[in-house]
Design a protein around this ligand. Structure first.
Ligand SMILES: [Zn+2]
Length: 141
């Protein structure tokens, strides 16, 4: 299996290993079905660490905004009919669909988590801190 950097898309010797999340698994299973699977191992190479961190931060912010938007849409479509004097299942279904589409849109800019074996002692320390912050985020999500 080739190791490929997800940022520069070049083959790399090593770097931060990208964690398989449900988006990557979903993409893989679709690709396998159509016979497009390359089965590359996904990495972030040393040269792309900074670019990756920026992209990942952007993605996390985008995802948060999309989730809030989806929640607002859901609440609005669920609550508005109540003011109009009745529960409306059609508008609730529409709201759920809209919310799913809004969250789905954020997946186009999906940047997976990466962690790993990047280099010297300073790197290792940073990674430990990163892992801690990530665990906290994981519990919130
Ligand atoms: Zn790279």
């Amino acid at each position: 299996m080739a190791k490929v950097c997800i940022i520069c898309e070049k083959e790399v010797a090593g770097g931060m290993r990208v964690e398989d999340d449900f988006v990557i698994r979903a993409i893989r299973s679709v690709k396998r079905r159509f016979g497009w699977a390359k089965n590359n191992e996904l990495y972030v190479c040393h040269g792309c660490h900074d670019a990756y961190r920026k992209k990942r931060a952007n993605y996390e912010r985008d995802l948060a905004i999309h989730v809030i938007l989806a929640a607002v849409v859901l609440v609005a479509t669920a609550a508005l009919p109540l003011f109009g004097g009745g529960f409306n299942i059609a508008s609730l279904v529409l709201g759920v669909l809209l919310a799913a589409i809004i969250i789905g849109l954020s997946l186009f800019s999906h940047i997976p988590k990466a962690s790993g074996n990047g280099g010297g002692a300073a790197h290792a320390k940073a990674n430990v801190r990163g892992a801690g912050a990530k665990a906290k985020r994981g519990r919130r999500e």
